[in-house]
Design a protein around this ligand. Structure first.
Ligand code: FPP
Ligand code: MG
Ligand code: MG
Length: 330
């Protein structure tokens, strides 16, 4: 194992395996017997993104397993990506989004009903594949993830009716939502992939911590990019969070400097001109910088968790991943 490869690209190390995972996902949802369902379920699986979650899981499995990744661990990486995809099918309905990954969404092409049902179908096939791994503890961990995804979404919908008063409260709810909707999936799949590898408790816990901080970092950067990115590069509309009434890092940090923003946060930027006003205030504040700074702290803590793993090229690739996430532009 090459331990000095500072330039190791985390998406290259297992690029062949990631291609296989992409094909395997399409195979796993094949032939429902209903053409519309087949088309809708396949749609995002054929347009898979960077496979950030599977890439992380394969590298972590390899880092803990002396370079070896078991077939069951690859399968779990596939299942995780399918759960993520199912949640995106539902998310685009909730968010009334018509573009993702630079393409039209399923809800915009085939309607909300088909999109929701296709999400359920992908989740069902992922659950069957999960059961076939024959590990009840791993099933429990992934079931918790699905519960947390739902929780995260509901927390997000309910923010204005929570008893939040003042900056601290809003920020606490924001971080709780972020853990549930993004970090839990990565943290728990990191734990589960190590459990499947028969790793001891301490290593599974370290994997969870790594995934949690990586996930928080990922989402904080996502929230900053929503304000700063260029739409063509991002593959989806920018300022979508403010427009859909969601308050994330940039506006909440700006609210600390400009308390008058609290009224806007509470009414979810619903009145004419609210979004523009909030954007202006974000730009006058250091909201974006603070959000990125918080992401950097989580990237640091993710690398700290990795110190529990022996040195290896996979570990270096994971350390690089924490830096790549911070500097991504889409
Ligand atoms: C994307 O967030 C959405 C999620 C990470 C989670 C969505 C979860 C659900 C809809 C609950 C249902 C779950 C299952 C498993 C069926 P975003 O809208 O902020 O990001 P985007 O820009 O990618 O849309
Ligand atoms: Mg969305
Ligand atoms: Mg959403």
């Amino acid at each position: 194992n090459d331990v000095k490869g500072g330039g190791l690209d985390p998406f290259q190390v297992f690029s062949a395996e990631l291609k296989d995972i992409s094909l395997a996902m399409q195979e796993t949802v094949r032939i429902s017997g209903v053409p519309t369902l087949d088309r809708a379920a396949r749609y995002f699986l054929e347009r898979s993104g960077k496979l950030f979650r599977p890439a992380t899981m394969l590298l972590l499995a390899s880092a803990a397993g002396g370079g070896i990744v078991l077939p069951s661990q690859r399968r779990l990486a596939e299942i995780t990506e399918m759960i993520h995809t199912a949640s995106l099918l539902h998310d685009d309905v909730i968010d009334v989004s018509d573009t993702r990954r630079g393409a039209k969404t399923v809800n915009s092409m085939l309607g909300n009903h088909v999109a929701v049902l296709a999400g359920d179908f992908v989740l069902a096939r992922a659950s069957a594949a999960l059961a076939r791994l024959n590990n009840c503890d791993v099933v429990s961990v992934l079931a918790q993830v699905i519960e947390n995804l739902v929780r995260g979404e509901v927390i997000q919908i309910n923010v204005s009716s929570t008893k939040a008063s003042g900056w601290e409260d809003y920020f606490k709810v924001y971080l709780e939502k972020t853990y549930h909707k993004t970090a839990s999936l990565i943290a728990n799949s990191c734990r589960a992939v190590l459990m499947l590898g028969g790793q001891r408790h301490e290593i599974c816990d370290a994997g969870f911590e790594f995934g949690k901080h990586l996930g928080l970092c990922f989402q904080l950067i996502d929230d900053a990019l929503d304000i700063t990115a260029v739409e063509e590069e991002l593959g989806k509309p920018t300022c979508a969070d403010l427009r859909s009434g969601n308050s994330t890092g940039p506006v909440l940090f700006a609210m600390k400097e400009f308390p008058e923003l609290q009224a806007y946060v509470k009414r979810r930027f619903q009145r004419d001109g609210d979004v523009e006003y909030a954007l202006e205030k974000i730009k006058q504040s250091n909201g974006v910088e603070q959000t990125v700074k918080m992401a950097e702290e989580h990237a640091f803590r993710a690398r700290e968790a990795l110190s529990k793993f022996d040195e290896s090229s996979s570990r270096i690739a994971l350390e690089n991943l924490t830096r790549i996430l911070l500097h991504r532009r889409r």
